[in-house]
Design a binder for this molecule. Structure first.
Ligand code: AMP
Length: 526
């Protein structure tokens, strides 16, 4: 059996695709024959859109129109702390959309993060089509476990724009555990430590008789390899400033070269003790050209980044506490994401669990391989894996009086799930209640993420506190949410699928798809 459904790991820095064969899941190479593709899109001055390695190669000469790390922006508000931080370090421009979302500036126009991601997904689809020699239009796509509803929806929208039907959205660490579990007899407790380019996830799973049960998950969606690179960049800029009095950070061309050199140096230091950074002609001033040349050793990099690695420790503690286990009870620890190649990461994880982590699975490919396995589970093609039970990563509920947040769905509830709670009115003869759907861990509504808002109208006249309004949350296997509110006496009901209050409308998605079609059609006329 050779499935045409592809598993996609849409990473912050690299993406990977795979499919299921009779011999198991296999990575599909990109058009350059490589197993992973930089998640980079470049808009050239001649109007071409380049993706992957070609785009990365253009980054030096075209930094303002080379878009990378879009995953850090997708489904987020422009005014969020995360986007604020991203703005300070990205060579391309960001602006605010009318609905408060982030837009990426490309020349005179702006595009949504969904469109930028869609270019990457479209390229990956074309790689798969070249590989199969036929069309591909279905996928299983992975997202970080702690992605909220907006981010999941936005990722799905990106796939739609790239003409891919998403059969299932699964969490990255869960996908990695499927890849790990396939050829082994892994019954027991496993932890998946996933430190990629932009996000960190930790999940604890119990595997038993082919049932993969996620017990708890936690993460930091602003902690990844890019932050390690940034530590090197900041040092290089500051040293250069003291030596030459020139701020390399204010020049996008110099910044792009620094970024590439810092990332390369960081990778090298996972395998060597010392590495040289050599950037001739990095800038010039009236006194002539300036060159940057320095060496960094592994111990120095570890000193600069130790706090980043240590930020993962309390999250590991949290998932263990939430599921009632101790580090010593974990049978195996899987490392996922390129940044886990850093020796300091491996050392700290090993110290935490009291045993060395498993380094047998490929940290760059296991998520895509797991997504391909999930496609097989959906098609009933996997004999050994019976069931995958994932969990919610964040509590969900509604706003109540005095800026309160009433949880309806707890964190780490097994999905799909459904839960109802009863509420009442605050005023006499109140005919309408506003249901404000939120996701987050704070007891204050205003500190959580707003997912949607709707009104239930036509409540029967009654004194305050008498009506019974049942609010039901339903979460499907993709982690998408449906909320309904029902006045029990009148039987009146309002239901919504939580479509992000931000994000793209159906009309916008179709508009973008049409534009893309016209763009590609226009290009093919000789
Ligand atoms: P991923 O999103 O899983 O592809 O992870 C990509 C991140 O892993 C990037 O930040 C890379 O710089 C980082 N990475 C890849 N290889 C290494 C390595 N050998 N040492 C340290 N970090 C690495």
């Amino acid at each position: 059996m050779k499935s045409r459904v592809i598993g996609i790991d849409l990473g912050t820095t690299f993406s990977c695709i795979a499919h299921l064969t009779d011999e198991g899941p296999k990575v599909i190479p990109n058009l350059d024959g490589m197993p992973t593709t930089p998640s980079t899109v470049c808009f050239t001055s001649s109007g071409e859109i380049l993706v992957g390695n070609l785009a990365s190669r253009q980054a030096l000469s075209n930094p303002e129109k080379t878009i990378y790390a879009v995953k850090r922006l997708i489904g987020r508000k422009f005014k969020s702390a995360e986007v604020e931080e991203a703005r300070s370090r990205m060579a391309y421009g960001l602006t605010e959309a009318a609905n408060g979302d982030v837009l990426i500036r490309v020349d005179e126009r702006s595009i949504t993060p969904q469109e930028a991601s869609a270019h990457i997904l479209d390229y990956l689809r074309r790689c798969a089509e070249a590989y199969f020699g036929g069309s591909v239009n279905e996928c299983v796509i992975t997202v970080p476990a702690h992605f909220d509803d907006h981010q999941r929806q936005a990722t799905k929208d990106a796939a739609r724009i790239a003409r891919l039907d998403v059969l299932r959205v699964i969490n990255e660490p869960t996908a990695a555990s499927l890849a790990y579990g396939l050829d082994r007899n892994p019954d027991g407790l496993i932890a998946v430590y996933d430190l990629g380019g932009g996000t960190f996830d930790i999940s604890l799973l119990e595997i038993s008789g082919g049932v993969f049960h996620v017990l708890a998950t936690a993460g930091d969606d602003y902690l990844g390899g890019e932050d390690f690179d940034q530590r090197i960049i900041v040092r290089l800029i500051s040293d250069f400033q003291s030596k030459f009095g020139v701020d390399l950070g204010s020049n996008p061309y110099s910044l792009q070269r620094l970024k590439e050199a810092a990332e390369r140096a960081k990778r090298d230091l996972s395998f060597t003790q010392e590495t040289e950074i050599n950037l001739p002609f990095i800038t010039s001033d009236p006194s002539g050209s300036k060159h940057l040349q320095t060496t960094i050793n592994r111990a120095t990099l570890e000193e600069w980044t130790r706090d980043l690695v240590d930020r993962t420790l309390p999250l590991m503690d949290k998932v263990l506490r939430e599921s009632g286990f101790t580090p010593g009870q974990v049978n195996d620890i899987l490392l996922v994401g390129g940044q886990t190649r850093m020796p300091l990461v491996r050392k700290r994880v090993g110290e935490f669990f009291g045993k060395a982590p498993n380094t047998q699975i490929n940290p760059d490919e296991s998520v895509a391989l797991g997504a391909a396995i999930q496609s097989g589970i959906l098609e009933g093609a996997m004999k050994d894996i019976v069931l995958l039970l994932d969990v919610t990563s964040m509590p969900m509920g509604i706003e109540v009086e005095n800026d309160g947040f009433e949880k309806i769905i707890d964190k780490n509830m097994t999905i799909p799930c459904r839960k109802t709670k009863s509420f009442t009115t605050i005023e006499n003869n109140q005919r309408r209640v506003r249901i404000h759907v939120l996701q987050g861990e704070s007891p204050k509504a205003s500190e959580n993420t707003s997912l949607a808002m709707f009104d239930l109208i036509g409540i029967m006249d009654a004194s305050a506190g008498i009506p019974q309004i049942d609010v039901t949350f339903e979460i499907n296997a993709d982690g998408m949410v449906k909320v309904s509110a029902r006045d029990v006496v009148s039987g009146r009901e309002q239901k919504i699928v939580v479509q992000s209050s931000s994000g793209l409308s159906e009309q916008q998605i179709e508009g973008i798809m049409l534009q893309e079609k016209q763009r590609t059609a226009a290009k093919s006329i000789p």
